[in-house]
Design a protein around this ligand. Structure first.
Ligand SMILES: NC(=O)c1ccc[n+]([C@@H]2O[C@H](COP(=O)([O-])OP(=O)(O)OC[C@H]3O[C@@H](n4cnc5c(N)ncnc54)[C@H](O)[C@@H]3O)[C@@H](O)[C@H]2O)c1
Length: 326
């Protein structure tokens, strides 16, 4: 059974550790994190050993590395893991800097690297993609992606995140590329700080609307906010020549109450750990297939670079208040 190591024992690292441990084809053997308590907690819960990254890279029995550490460590960790012959499952984004990410093409474009755009593994979004590919709405014309977090992250996370476009909207840029089936060639973005002044003081925005246009003229609007107040709001609508297809939010329960004064439904599932629980499990199962040699990565280095290019273009559009051609 292939041994794998986890780099980064934070929020998402804990999810990946649990899914790796639960997968019958994987053994989580090592966990690496400079914060000893974080590494110790995962080690205690899984039986993995706390280690340094150097020790992981030098261990020939470790076949793969999950890179779930802070964003500014991803690219370097991928390069080192690839040089050591490991398969990689790297969280988004690939890097904060498009130039640096592109410069790694020589090493990483052929690497066994799965990029963590987990929404492609979400069963509802997979079903939506299958319907679109089967022509259920005819020729796809426009797409609307709504992606609102329930509440802003801690300001320390915001400062290390790379900003809303590279940290949050990057998922939506990937969904847009995947569902449109065509590369966007033009980007226009507006952004504001409406939710938390501290985010603005850190030089970031917390609210955005981004418009993408493909070469054939397909349009996509991406709506992002760091606050919804009513749960994690993740919806997609796809309009085509023959109709509209949508995938909506998952609710905490399907209970609805009707009374004389109106109706009440349960809240949307709280956040990504709930909404994408199954997607993270399926994503780890795909990494197990890559390690077993039975599948090539469905999302790789090129997808990471392409989404980052859209994020960088959105940032440039915001700064220049005009459209940016890719
Ligand atoms: N795909 C998703 O749905 C999703 C969700 C959340 C976070 N993420 C991504 O995962 C990454 C981590 O996010 P998080 O929310 O878990 O953050 P977090 O702050 O909770 O955890 C990050 C961990 O990485 C550790 N770390 C920092 N530098 C390290 C290094 N050089 N080596 C090893 N560990 C190191 C930190 O000590 C911390 O424990 C970010 O890049 C984020 O964009 C993806």
């Amino acid at each position: 059974m292939p041994k794998i190591a986890l780099l980064g024992a934070g929020r998402i690292g804990r999810i990946h550790a649990a899914n790796a441990q639960a997968h019958p084809g994987l053994t989580l053997s090592h966990v690496v994190d400079p914060v000893a308590e974080a590494a110790d907690a995962i080690a205690a819960g899984t039986g993995a050993a706390v280690a340094t990254f150097e020790a992981v890279l030098a261990d020939p029995e470790v076949a793969g590395v999950i890179v779930a550490s802070a964003t500014d460590t991803h690219l370097d960790a991928c390069l080192r893991a690839h040089a050591a012959g490991k398969a990689i499952f790297c969280e988004k984004p690939l890097d904060m800097d498009l130039g640096r990410a592109r410069a790694a093409a020589g090493e990483l474009s052929g690497a066994r690297l799965l990029l963590g755009f987990n929404r492609r593994f979400d069963p509802s979004f997979q079903a939506l993609k299958a319907r679109l590919d089967a022509g259920a709405v005819g020729a796809l014309e426009t797409l609307q992606i709504t992606s609102n977090d329930p509440a802003p992250p801690p300001i320390a996370y915001v400062k290390a995140s790379g900003g809303l476009f590279k940290d949050m909207a990057i998922h939506d840029f990937d969904m847009a590329r995947w569902l449109l089936g065509e590369e966007p060639v033009e980007v226009f973005a507006w952004g504001s700080c409406l939710v938390d002044p501290a985010i603005g003081q850190a030089g970031d925005i917390d609210t955005a609307r981004t418009l993408l246009k493909t070469a054939s003229g397909r349009l996509c609007v991406i709506a992002n906010s760091r606050r919804s107040g009513f749960g994690y709001d993740q919806r997609i609508e796809a309009y085509g020549s023959g109709g509209m297809a949508s995938a909506g939010n998952a609710l905490e329960s399907t209970v609805q109450v009707w009374r004389e004064d109106g109706a009440q439904a349960d809240r949307f599932q709280n956040f990504f750990l709930d909404r994408y629980r199954e997607a993270y499990r399926l994503e780890m199962a795909h990494f197990a297939e890559i390690l077993a040699g039975t599948a090539a990565p469905r999302i790789g280095y090129a997808d990471g670079v392409a989404a980052l290019a859209l994020a960088e273009a959105a940032g440039e559009s915001l700064r220049t208040a005009g459209p940016v051609r890719l």
